[in-house]
Design a protein around this ligand. Structure first.
Ligand code: HEM
Ligand SMILES: *[C@@H]1O[C@H](CO)[C@@H](O)[C@H](O)[C@H]1NC(C)=O
Ligand SMILES: *[C@@H]1O[C@H](CO)[C@@H](O)[C@H](O)[C@H]1NC(C)=O
Length: 682
């Protein structure tokens, strides 16, 4: 018996060794044929098992290898590829250094169980994103987003076409206008909440925070900026996408709200639910990994008594159950509306659109026979729209506010432009979308949003793959043709191409020669540099021909216009891709830009943002007693700390601060700044 087991084990070892050996051999050979540098890694970096265990496995693996191998071998053969195995190497600490180390903007990683390609070359990225047949989306990497059903983000080919067709109908200029107005309202709600919280408790909290504020001159220290911007974005997409009125804790639901819809906006769990709609959705998003990896039947039985883990797992399950029930009710209500012939008042009505395409016999989409949506597709798309329209915009606004707090001089520029467009005293609820949106997007407000999208893009990579047969790729950077092996994933690294100095001139010319130029810094002024591509007005005949051809290509819906001014910096094609590019680019780009500039305009018309300094001083009075020099030194410490914290962002679906990290800030009425006067810092 014992002999047999040993023999079996020996056989297994031999088989495994053989598999690993041949796996390495074939994958390395395939990878080398492509003609790019090849990193040989002990495990395929995109293997699902590795991706879910790497946080624990990586330290073990490196320790094991450095123990087993001679130091010099380790330094030359192991160290160089370690970064590809590291979580978040695409963002932290600087994505460029890895490409510089490899010595190429495109490289492959090969192991016994797989091979893949990473690129931060604008030309390669542009090709990969525009040749959809040759380089489709790698839907194998999107399973996690199908938790409630397949959808427009996770599918390819004919199925995607159908999803895109039904969902894109809502993304038009009329709805961008609704989005603008709702974003203005919701930003007012957010800032109102900060001041309400500060005035109600400033009398009771004695010394440290808020006591110097009188009549709402400034808020208390806000530590929940990420949470608040998340709620802000959820409230907007809830209203414009689904007609739900979602409000802030200090607000009352308006009396004219449809009682059927009131349960989704309620701040208390309605009858039959144990969580509010907003909380159930937020918790599902937060615990999505757990929900995906552990079956509901198991989660349900996890005893809540298992410490904080048990409670968290149970809460994830509870959120999923509650969210599903809300969405089923919502679906049933929409079907009822459609049967009764009731029309939605305003907004994108994404759910109505989806339901109608399935159930309404008079719907045009139905007639051409192209749409065959299942209920699960409706649920899948409703979920993905909430997810895509929520975390991304929230994080960009969050980081933009932090960067503005770190860079007071940029705030002054933002405020000057708002004053010029809207005036200092106008009521934001009267702002006219059609009249002002282009000026707003082309202003310094557009530049600060662009700069955050460049430096801290919410989506760090957009996985593509090579089609079922090998594909040739013409690389303009090295002038070579590269044979990309069939089915290999290609990962355009958005965060890295957007800091590539081959496409982005340094603002600070003295830094042009440095490895990263000044591209690791947040400097919105760079959006006013002359464009390397000289795309302005005089587009060449070639480009005109290309544009014409583009117009004849299939229209995939979504905003087609420009949101630019010809005098601004125009990035080389493929080098600025926060919304991806080509047919699979972001459907929500227009409304995202619209709601983000609206938020910045509303906030900075009347307020400034400052980093909080509570960590270093005992009370506000102490700050008051400080001279200019001392305040400047104090603010510098806060700036350093703020920058350091932003660098700790991690990509969990989107790039954000995790693990309880935050940068504390205060909003102050313009003119009442403590650290930043009209002339800049103090
Ligand atoms: C700053 C905000 C946003 C950023 C940076 C962003 C970024 C992106 C990126 C990079 C993709 C491609 C994803 C991939 O290839 O896997 C994408 C796709 C998509 N986004 Fe956004 N997005 C934003 C906001 C929104 C909003 C507000 C909505 C809708 C309400 C939205 C809806 C979508 C949809 C439906 C797709 C899939 C399109 C398709 O594959 O046909 N996004 N987005
Ligand atoms: C919400 O989750 C809780 C689990 O704690 C469950 O008891 C409750 O029935 C759920 N609500 C709905 C509407 O399913
Ligand atoms: C922001 O980036 C877009 C896309 O490249 C560009 O068209 C626009 O002009 C930029 N806006 C500003 C204010 O620089």
């Amino acid at each position: 018996m014992r002999i047999n087991l040993l023999a079996l084990f020996g056989l297994f070892l031999a088989w495994a060794t053989y598999k690993i050996y041949t796996g390495f051999k074939t994958n390395i050979a395939k990878a080398r044929k492509a003609g790019y540098p090849v990193l040989i890694t002990p495990i395929y970096p995109l293997s699902p098992l590795w991706l879910t265990t790497r946080t624990f496995m990586l330290p073990l693996l490196t320790r094991l290898l450095s123990f087993l191998l001679p130091a010099s071998f380790y330094a030359t053969h192991i160290q160089p590829w370690l970064f590809v195995m590291t979580p978040d190497w695409e963002y932290h600490p600087s994505p460029r250094q890895h490409f510089a180390q490899v010595g190429s903007d495109t490289f492959l990683a090969a192991s016994w169980n797989g091979l893949c390609c990473y690129t931060s070359d604008a030309g390669v990225i542009h090709q990969v994103m525009s040749r959809r047949e040759a380089f489709p989306k790698d839907t194998r990497q999107y399973g996690i987003l199908e938790i409630f059903g397949s959808n427009v983000v996770t599918t390819e080919g004919q199925v995607w076409r159908m999803h895109r067709k039904v969902t894109s109908a809502s993304f038009n200029e009329r709805n961008a206008g609704h989005t603008f107005r709702e974003a203005v309202r919701q930003t007012g709600g957010m800032v109102g909440g900060w001041f309400a919280a500060s005035s109600s408790s400033s009398s009771s909290s004695s010394s440290s925070s808020g006591s110097a504020s009188h009549d709402g001159e400034q808020t208390k220290t806000i530590t929940s900026l990420e949470h608040d911007t998340m709620r802000w974005a959820l409230n907007i997409i809830g209203y414009v996408g689904f007609g739900l009125r979602l409000i802030w804790p200090h607000q009352q639901l308006p009396a004219d709200v449809d009682p059927k819809l009131a349960k989704y906006g309620s701040l208390q769990p309605p009858a039959g639910y144990s969580m509010t709609f907003a909380d159930s959705l937020a918790t599902v998003l937060e615990r999505i990994l757990v929900l995906l990896l552990i079956p509901s039947a198991v989660l349900k039985r996890v005893p809540q008594g298992w410490g904080s883990w048990g409670a968290k797992l149970h809460e994830a399950w509870e959120a999923k159950v509650n969210y599903t029930k809300y969405m089923n009710a919502f679906l049933a209500e929409k079907m009822e509306d459609i049967r009764a012939g009731r029309k939605e008042k305003e907004g994108m009505n994404i759910m109505g659109q989806l339901v109608r395409s399935k159930y309404d016999p008079s719907s045009s989409e139905k007639k051409d026979g192209a749409t065959k949506l299942e209920d699960s597709d409706i649920m899948g798309n409703a979920f993905i729209m909430t997810l895509a329209g929520h975390e991304t915009t929230a994080n960009v606004v969050h980081f933009t506010l932090l960067e503005l707090a770190i860079h007071p001089e940029a705030q002054r520029r933002v405020q000057r432009d708002i004053d010029a467009i809207f005036g200092r005293d106008s009521d934001p609820e009267t702002w006219d979308y059609e009249k002002n949106i282009n000026a707003l997007l082309a202003s310094y407000i557009g530049a600060v949003i662009n700069e955050t999208l460049r430096l801290i893009p919410p989506v760090v990579v957009t996985p593509k793959r090579v089609a079922d047969t090998d594909q040739w790729l013409q690389d303009e950077s090295d002038g070579q043709k590269h044979k990309m092996p069939a089915m290999m994933p290609i990962m355009p690294v958005i965060s890295a191409v957007q800091r590539n100095k081959r496409y982005w001139p340094a603002l600070d010319k003295t830094k042009q020669e440095e490895d990263a130029g000044d591209l690791d810094e947040w400097l919105p002024d760079r959006w006013y540099l002359p464009s390397p591509g000289q795309r302005q007005q005089q587009s060449t005949d070639d480009e005109k021909a290309e544009e014409k051809q583009g117009q004849q290509e299939e229209n995939y819906g979504g905003y087609q216009g420009l949101d630019t001014s010809p005098t601004l910096f125009w990035p080389v094609r493929g080098s600025f891709i926060p919304f991806s590019d080509g047919a699979r680019s972001c459907l929500g780009r227009r409304i995202a830009m619209v709601e983000m500039v609206a938020a910045i305009a509303v906030l900075f018309q009347k307020y400034s943002v400052e980093l909080a300094v509570d960590e270093w001083v005992g009370s506000d009075e102490e700050v008051q007693r400080m001279g200019v020099e001392e305040r400047r030194r104090l603010y510098k410490r806060a700036q350093e700390k703020g920058k350091e914290t932003v660098l700790q962002a991690k990509s969990v679906l989107t790039l954000k601060l995790t693990g309880g990290r935050y940068v504390p800030v205060r909003f102050v009425r313009r003119g009442a700044e403590r650290f930043v006067g009209d002339e800049g810092l103090c």
